[in-house]
Design a protein around this ligand. Sequence first.
Ligand SMILES: NC(=O)c1ccc[n+]([C@@H]2O[C@H](COP(=O)([O-])OP(=O)(O)OC[C@H]3O[C@@H](n4cnc5c(N)ncnc54)[C@H](OP(=O)(O)O)[C@@H]3O)[C@@H](O)[C@H]2O)c1
Length: 212
Amino acid sequence: MSRVGIIGSGHIGGTLARLLVDRGHEVAIANSRGPQTLEGLVAELGDRALAGTVEEVAELGEIIVVSTPLGAYDELPADALAGKTVIDTGNYYPGRDGQIPELDRDETTSSELLAGRLADATVVKAFNTMQSATLASQGRPDAPEEDRLVLFIAGDDAAAKRTVVELISELGFAAIDTGTLAAGGRRQQPDGAVYGAEMKPAQARAALAGGG
Ligand SMILES: NC(=O)c1ccc[n+]([C@@H]2O[C@H](COP(=O)([O-])OP(=O)(O)OC[C@H]3O[C@@H](n4cnc5c(N)ncnc54)[C@H](OP(=O)(O)O)[C@@H]3O)[C@@H](O)[C@H]2O)c1
């Protein structure tokens, strides 16, 4: 059991909060409007959930999920997140996030921007390729790995990735490592090889081997 801090309580953050509580984890949740707006969600989730400010949730979580639009990255409390594993569910959508020239020129990836902002945290990109409705409903903790849907992970730190693999496995999905934050992050982004596809491990490995 871990205490997971979730920054962003929308489609993905809210879904992960429900799944994690169901699997026995404690969650602390924040959004942009403040903890008072999360009373309903916390009541639904029960004793294992609480709401806080972004700063409080960053302090409380042993593992932190950032599930906000990219514009929020600059406001995250880097000091409170130092030393933590930060799971980035984010994707770059210029229509929502505004044009970000270094992403438009493919000089870097959105998760590397977050990692640069949180220099003392360890960022793993995960939960960004699957629709929230699929995430909410398709976990199969009792199924063999090869029969589960895949959630992809990218990152530069093996220990942090193992932590995320364990979480994904507990939620009933199969984790597949796409590589570093730079190379794997590109494979996982909206124009990448595995974005948005519902795949089991064999298909996912083939898609990645196919040059993604
Ligand atoms: N939707 C999907 O199926 C899906 C799938 C995979 C990945 N993603 C990606 O995951 C990220 C989140 O997507 P989503 O669909 O979950 O978004 P969403 O439903 O719009 O929720 C975004 C959440 O972020 C919060 N937020 C915004 N700015 C913030 C700030 N400065 N500080 C703290 N919280 C802030 C919002 O707070 P309020 O509630 O107060 O507005 C909201 O709770 C995006 O990058 C998205 O592309 C989405």
